[in-house]
Design a protein around this ligand. Structure first.
Ligand SMILES: NC(=O)c1ccc[n+]([C@@H]2O[C@H](COP(=O)([O-])OP(=O)(O)OC[C@H]3O[C@@H](n4cnc5c(N)ncnc54)[C@H](O)[C@@H]3O)[C@@H](O)[C@H]2O)c1
Length: 317
């Protein structure tokens, strides 16, 4: 199997690439190494993949239609894992044009490339934030998506919709996997597990919204990679599938867990949550279990211990 991974230098993309290469899949990566967070960190992620002779990396921008089409048409891919995107709900609030360009236009460029090259199957990184402030728990794939709270989830809903259009018109299989708060080694420095660890280690003030009375369905990277791999191996027509753990964690408890790992107390202020933030994310993973044999294994205690080990080696040194 030959797979193109967009966003291959990022957190989830580089972990997926490494796991696929280990199992003998040929992987081509595409990423623009942008400076939303440290490009050096992204280059380090990719350097770890250099050990595999089957790995090829293209430094390219998803917004560059010509290059995206060339990479896809020259690649003879069986599938594309389209993970490249501007992520982060809060950062998107005042940057709707950027999120529209990269996440919608960039996704259309990938879909167009797939159409022209005859790639039969795309797995698209979507997000739990498409559900917005729903009262319905746990989140189910058929819940209405009409009220995205920020440009980022709106752009991901648009990506899912364009995927349906290409499936309908050109018979491309398209699976949108909706990730729920992913954490683990190579984790994103703008996400809460990395930020709270940084704050405690460096005795810096941390903003814990709503005094920690919010819940997130933290999901370990290894479980997410297994879910994406199953989705790549199984073209399903058109599907949207939650990949979470299905066990929301209270943010105040999450902080206590990190305090125990680091062996120090956090310094915190507790402002109200911004309007872009739902009170809870909670995945119903029945569909993932049924269609992908997805069975998350790693508890947040185990996963954060693995993260802390990685952080001490890779970030503190
Ligand atoms: N980490 C999570 O908890 C989470 C949750 C829901 C959805 N997602 C989605 O999963 C995917 C991967 O997220 P991640 O956490 O690994 O983020 P990440 O930022 O580490 O990875 C995204 C990668 O895309 C690349 N990229 C961004 N704009 C690009 C462009 N114009 N051209 C080429 N490459 C570009 C970045 O350089 C980066 O390496 C994203 O689509 C994200 O929206 C992540």
């Amino acid at each position: 199997m030959r797979v193109l991974i967009t966003g291959a230098a990022g957190f989830i993309g580089s972990n997926l690439a490494e796991s696929l290469l280990k199992q003998g899949t040929q992987v081509v990566g595409l990423d623009n190494f942008n400076d939303y967070y440290s490009p050096a960190r992204k280059r380090k992620n990719v350097a770890a993949l250099g050990a595999y002779s089957d790995f090829v990396m293209h430094e390219a921008d998803l917004r560059d239609e010509t290059t995206v089409t060339r990479v896809i048409t020259e690649g003879s891919f069986d599938a594309i894992a389209h993970l490249g995107a501007m992520a982060n709900v809060r950062y998107s609030i005042e940057r709707a044009p950027l999120y529209t360009d990269v996440n919608i236009r960039g996704t259309v460029n990938v879909l167009e490339g797939a159409r022209l090259a005859g790639v039969p199957h795309i797995v698209f990184a979507s997000t739990s934030s498409v559900y917005g402030k729903t009262e319905q728990l746990p989140f189910q794939e058929n819940d209405p998506l009409g009220k995205p709270l920020a440009p980022y989830p709106a752009s991901k809903i648009a990506g899912e919709l364009m995927g349906y259009t290409y499936h309908n018109l050109f018979d491309i299989s398209f699976t949108a996997v909706r990730f729920f708060s992913v954490y683990g080694p190579r984790g994103r420095p703008d996400m809460m597990p990395f930020m709270i660890t940084d704050s405690i280690v460096q005795d810096k003030m941390f903003k814990l919204y709503d005094a920690g009375e919010m819940y997130r369905d933290w999901t370990f990277i290894g479980d997410i990679v297994k879910g994406i791999t199953a989705a790549l191996e199984r073209p399903l027509g058109y599907e949207r599938i939650n990949l979470g753990r299905g066990q929301p964690v209270r943010m105040a408890d999450f902080v206590t867990l990190v305090e125990q790992l680091v062996g120090k107390r956090a310094l915190m202020e507790t402002p109200p949550a911004p309007a872009s933030e739902p009170h809870i994310t909670y995945a119903d993973i029945t569909k993932a279990r049924r269609l992908l044999d997805y069975a998350p294994q790693v508890s947040v205690e185990e996963g954060m211990a693995i993260f802390w080990e990685w952080y001490q080696k890779e970030v503190m040194n």
